[in-house]
Design a protein around this ligand. Structure first.
Ligand code: CTP
Length: 399
């Protein structure tokens, strides 16, 4: 998998013979699907032309700190905000010294100082400059400021000397960036829990109370979450459905088992309670099959409300808690009531009086009710599409 695809990189090219390698760097980054904006310093422009950079990067080249045309957009701020990462290649001894000492007298150094992003530097200079105590001290400072160093390498220099100071090859720089984005992804992997399907509440070993839920919507939500990179746990009541390997599936039967599995799966960043948990269970479950009688009194007691418990828990509550409501009438009223009574962030509600949607159907039509009284209506479409749209909203919310 290409960890650079769709990434945005701000490349700062400083003055040095190695600047010619930046053109190859741009070409390879573009090939990997990266969007590039470039800042070319005054001395960088002595080695490569803005025209060649613009042609390769297919984007404007920024050069001036004070430009009437650009400053309306506050380039020294907006360029860094736009980027996922800043790469300075080649980074000269002069620029390194400026960054280490907070000097901001051109666009490149001002952007770096105003940046809120990770900055990589690929130094390129003569060996004596690289080994100079002042450069060593500046590099130590930059590391302390959380800059990441790539290279330099040992080899023949353009000046004819040999030693450490050569800029790393573009392929090597790109590898380092890929590793960075890969690790970031692993670190940032969000966790999601989905409950789905009905529960079975046993009266005796062969009889139970249950409901018509197929679990289809919950399974589709788990698939959409997993597709978007969430580490997903699906806690499912009895269904006939299959799920792909990437999803951690926990099969349960009763509400109590679903409750215990949910607790074990927390903490999570998102929890979606789409299960149709039986509200009641038999007060006593007979260990043996109950024999026919003229009359039987079945005493029921309330099951634990999993959503309510998690949503009101001080430490276990995920950042986003989504409940479901299946209603035959007064949808909006009941959905809003559930939203506040169960302390959830969103309620996804559907009208189950319409037989072409809901329960066993592959299609659904839902409304998402939010705390601020806003409502989003997802019109009649497949449960898979509803799930994708719901997960897009979840991602927007978490961002
Ligand atoms: N829920 C739960 N645990 C329960 C009952 C419900 O987690 N024991 C969750 C469901 O997964 C769903 C929401 O709560 O997200 C549904 O709310 P609920 O009030 O149970 O809906 P209904 O059973 O339809 O209730 P009512 O008949 O009162 O409308």
């Amino acid at each position: 998998m290409n960890n650079l695809d769709n990434k945005k990189i701000l490349l700062i090219i400083c003055g040095g013979i190695a600047a010619y390698k930046s053109l190859e760097l741009i070409r390879l980054l573009k090939k990997d699907g990266v969007s590039i904006k470039t800042i070319l310093t005054k001395s960088g422009a002595e080695f490569v032309t803005p025209l060649s950079i613009a042609s390769l990067s297919q984007s404007k080249v920024y050069q001036d700190l004070f430009s009437i045309e650009n400053e309306a957009e506050m380039d020294h701020i907006s360029l860094s905000r736009w980027a996922d990462l800043i790469l300075i290649a080649p980074a000269t001894a002069n620029t390194i010294s400026k960054l280490a000492n907070g000097i901001s007298d051109d666009l490149a150094s001002t952007v770096a100082l105003a940046s809120n992003k990770k900055i990589f530097i690929a130094p390129a200079m003569n060996i004596r400059m690289w080994e100079h105590k002042s450069t060593k001290q500046n590099i130590a400072k930059l590391k302390d400021y959380n800059y990441e160093l790539i290279g330099p390498e040992i080899g023949d220099m353009a000046c004819g000397e040999y030693g450490e100071g050569k800029m790393s090859e573009p392929k090597e720089i790109i590898n380092k960036l890929k590793i960075y984005f890969k690790n970031l992804k692993i670190k940032n992997k969000l966790k999601a829990i989905v409950t789905a399907g009905p529960t079975k509440e046993y009266i005796d070993p062969v009889r139970y109370i249950s409901n018509k839920s197929s679990g289809k919507q919950g399974y589709e939500i788990a698939k959409s979450l997993s597709k978007k990179g969430f580490e997903t746990t699906l806690i499912s009541g009895p269904t006939n459905l299959e799920i792909n390997n990437g999803i951690n599936l926990i099969r349960v039967e009763t509400a109590e088992e679903m409750f215990q599995s949910t607790l074990k799966s927390l903490p999570a960043d998102v929890a979606i309670f789409s299960a149709a948990v039986c509200d009641y269970k038999a007060k006593e479950t007979s260990k043996i099959k109950i024999k026919k009688q003229d009359e039987i009194n079945l005493e029921l007691e309330k099951n634990v409300d999993i959503l309510d418990y998690v949503s009101n828990h001080n430490s276990l509550r995920p950042k986003l808690v989504v409940g479901f409501a299946a209603e035959t009438n007064d949808l909006e009223n009941y959905a809003n009531k559930k939203l506040s009574e169960k302390n959830c962030d969103w309620i996804v509600a559907n009208d189950v009086s319409n037989e072409s949607i809901g329960f066993d159907s592959d299609f659904n039509e839902v409304s998402i009710f939010y705390k601020d009284k806003k409502v989003d209506r997802l019109k009649y479409k497949s449960k898979s599409q509803i799930s994708d749209e719901l997960v897009e909203k979840i991602i927007d919310h978490l961002n």
